[in-house]
Each structure stands twice: as C-alpha cells, then as structure tokens.
Design a protein around this ligand. Structure first.
Ligand code: PLP
Length: 455
C-alpha cells in the first residue's frame, strides 16, 4: 500500500524547515518548535508520524465534512482520472463532471438558485463575487454601484480581493490592503462588544451599522453586502437572533445585493444545506468551497441566483475564469461527496442527531472556571476563555492563553483551533456519539490543564 510515512519524523521536519514556507505561519517559530506531520486520516481520526491518534475537531480546515479516508471519493477520482483528467470549460466546451455537478448543486440549493460559476477555492469565489456584483450593476446601467460592504474580523480568503473583503487587520497590514471600494462595519459579537446591551438589543444595533453605512456611502454607490452566516475564522461568532432578520429588512429596503459567504456553512455544517437557510436569509450570491468536496480536492464556486444570472447573461462576455474552473477530477470528487451527504443523510444528522447531542454536552463546558461562554450551532462551536467569572472581560494580551490551550489540546489528542482566546471546533458530520463524548472528555482535560497553568 502507498504510504508517505516511510521516514522518521525528524526527516520530514528537517526538509520541511529547509524548503517549505507555510501559510499563516511564523516560519522561525514554526521551525524552532518543529512541525507536526500528519500521515493518515480515517473518519474523524488523524494519525501523526509518531503514531499518535488525534481527533480532528476541525475537519481539517472546516472542510472534511464526510470524514477522512472515504473510498467512494478515491474511487470516483481514480475513475475520472482515467476518463479525462483535464479539460477546460472555456470556449464553448464542457465535460460530464462539470455538467453533473452543476445540476446536482441546483438540486440542493434554495429556490431561485440554478446556476454555478466554478473556481478553485473560496478565495477565488470571493474574487469572482467582487467582479460579478459590480458587473451586475454595470449591466443594469448603474456602474457607480461599486462599493462592497463587509465586516471587521470576517474571513473571505487570502487573495487580494478575498483578503480585502475580509476584515482581518493583520492581513490588511501586509501588502497594502484593503483595495479601494470596500467598507467594513462591526461584527455581531455580543460576548466581546455587547457591553450592557442584551443580545437582542446588540443584534439590532450591529445590523443597523449596515443601514448607516449604506446611508453614508449612498445607496447609488453600494453594490453588495457580504457576510458569513456564522463567522468562522473570526471565532465562530453566532449572531444574536435579532441580527439576520434586521439585515434582511435592510437588504429588502435597499437596492443592494446580499452575498452569503457559504464557504464554511455551505453543504450542511449548520444542519441545513446552506447557512442562509438556517437563518431564513435570501441571498443573491453564495460563494462556496470546502464542504463542496469535503476538501478531498480543491474546488469552489459562486452559486448564482436567477436574478443575478439573468443580468450576467445580458452582460455579454463575462471576462473572468480560471484554468481549473470545474476541473473534471475535482468535480468528480465533489459529485461523490454530495452523493455521500445525501445517501447517508448527513445534513439531517447534523440537524437532528449529532448536532444536538454534541451541543448539549458542549454547552455544559460553560461551567468550567476558565470558560466565560460556550456556543454552538450545527457542528460549529466556540468557548470563550476568561480570567474570571462571571465576566465578559477577556484576557489581556495577544491570545497566548488560547495558543497554550490549543497546544495542550493537540498533545491530548484533539484538534481545537484558537482565535485569540476563543477555542473553536467544527468536527466532521460522521462523528459518532462515542467520539463526541471523547471530544468533550479531551476538551475538558485540556481546559483543566490550561487552567492549572494560570495558577
Ligand atoms: N470564505 C470563508 C468564510 C472562509 O472560511 C474561507 C477559508 O477559510 C474562505 C472564504 C477562503 O477559502 P479558501 O481558503 O479555499 O481560499
């Protein structure tokens, strides 16, 4: 059997340090500590090069929704490779996987969504959003509608447009971002920003920042509002119940497009096919990636409502696309993934079974002395680490407590991610009840160890 785990860990560490620049990493500190080498994945479990088993509480990077090591995907990919491994979809050409995947996506998207524009990643999807939204308005004779309103601390990718739409200050600080024509408003983060307001009051206040921004910029200059249904990389920010209905009202009353960034929430993570459906939102455009193929191969897309697609048809040539738009092998992986989701009813499983089961236990972690708030929707959860309770005051500093907690977690055999001092999880949909219990046991142990370090 093919295996890449032929050498001792040190071999990989040395070569990695010499030749590999990692994304979102401080190279010197990474190499000083030594990189972790993951060699195998099966279901919710990873194995590292030292033989440790680790529960993948993050589904890779919020993507391996159907779990690791599925034969169905490997076989579909192998078969497609043998048929036609590459052809493009430019110049009046298509191929069966592109067509079948587009049709399959149309079956699971909300009413009024029948078209998809394929690309290779979530970042490329959001670059597409920027160009498509502006082209939409230009085609309608309103070329001044250019500004995209986004939110601080949002993550929309790492390309120039994606990182500009995102609201991550450390990303903007490198490379001269954001590009012009993007405005950021606050995020609906009640735990940190709510002050004395109730969640309901704060939700309305946060939503009305959108209205204020549109008024200030001028409706005739605003193209779209983009937002993740639940901010993922920002720290699993679940908005108060009042937030999305108020945003919906504002979008209804104003002549702007609403873009629901479904790169994490799309394809079942919240127990609905799309996050917008969970919150009763009616978007015009939905960028997707990750869960489209469960991360088995890189593929993304923009799901385009009939309203926007009709106008883009009137544009004539839309001068945009990628060599790997609808790559046949990636599309075959995505088709196989969607079939697994449907046949094993995994979206329903998140909604009715493993989602509520894990949530009930996760929410109890709020009783831990280190946890100021626990939250979870579908299979996306967060814990706010705090120095004292009851309080919304967070640790001073730059997230070193969260980092310490993440390190303990990994060593204990659970992947949890930290966003400053917020711990987040997003496990695969195939997590069993026993594995959920084990996740909670490992998370509790990790919190205890982190707490003990503070004494
Ligand atoms: N949008 C959201 C909401 C994301 O979480 C991400 C990645 O984490 C992206 C876009 C960018 O996707 P990619 O990393 O595939 O470019």
């Amino acid at each position: 059997m093919l295996t890449h785990n032929k050498y001792p860990t040190e071999h990989y560490r040395a070569l990695d340090a010499a030749h590999h620049l990692h994304p979102f990493s401080d190279t010197r500190s990474l190499n000083a500590g030594g990189v972790r080498v993951i060699v195998k994945g099966e279901g919710v479990w990873l194995t590292d090069s030292d033989g440790n088993r680790i529960l993948d509480g993050m589904s890779g990077l919020w993507c391996v929704n159907i779990g690791h090591g599925r034969r169905e995907i490997a076989e579909a990919v192998q078969q497609q490779m043998a048929e036609i491994s590459y052809y493009n979809t430019f110049f009046k050409t298509t191929h069966p996987p592109a067509v079948e995947l587009a049709a399959l996506i149309a079956e699971v998207t909300p009413e009024g969504f029948n078209r998809v524009f394929f690309c290779g990643s979530g970042s490329e999807a959001n670059d597409t959003i920027l160009r498509m939204a502006r082209t939409y308005w230009a085609t309608l004779g309103k070329p001044s509608k250019q500004v995209i309103i986004a939110r601080r601390n949002a993550y929309h990718g790492s390309t120039v447009a994606g990182a500009s739409l995102g609201g991550m200050a450390p990303m903007h600080a490198q490379g001269g971002l954001p590009i012009p024509g993007i405005r950021h408003i606050g995020q609906p983060y009640w735990f940190d920003h709510g002050g004395d307001l109730s969640p309901a009051e704060f939700g309305l206040k946060a939503a009305r920042e959108l209205e204020a921004a549109i008024d200030e910029i001028g409706e005739d200059k605003v193209a779209a509002f983009i937002a993740e249904p639940i901010q993922g990389a920002g720290g699993v920010i679940i908005p108060p119940d009042t937030y999305w209905p108020e945003v919906a009202r504002i979008c209804r009353e104003r002549d702007i497009l609403f873009v629901s960034d479904e790169v994490i929430c799309g394809f079942g993570r919240l127990g609905s096919w799309f996050g917008a459906e969970h919150f009763g939102m009616k978007p015009d455009l939905m960028p997707v990636a990750k869960g489209l193929s469960s991360g088995y191969l890189p593929i993304g897309g923009v799901l385009v409502s009939d309203k926007v697609a009709g106008v883009i048809e009137d544009t004539g040539e839309f001068n945009h696309g990628f060599t790997y738009s609808a790559h046949p092998v990636c599309a075959a992986a995505a088709i196989a993934n969607l079939k697994v989701l449907r046949e094993e009813k995994l979206v329903e499983r998140v909604r009715d079974d493993i989602g509520p089961y894990l949530r009930e236990r996760w929410m109890k972690l709020a009783d831990h002395p280190l946890v100021g708030e626990a939250r979870m929707t579908g299979l996306m959860g967060a814990l706010e680490l705090v120095p004292a309770k009851p309080s919304h005051r967070r640790f001073a500093g730059d997230g070193s407590i969260g980092l310490r907690c993440r390190e303990h977690s990994f060593r204990n055999g659970l992947v949890m991610r930290h966003v400053h001092d917020t711990m987040v999880i997003a496990p695969p949909f195939v997590l069993s009840h026993e594995e959920a219990d084990e996740l909670i046991r490992l998370a509790t142990l990790t919190l205890d160890m982190t707490h003990a370090d503070l004494k």
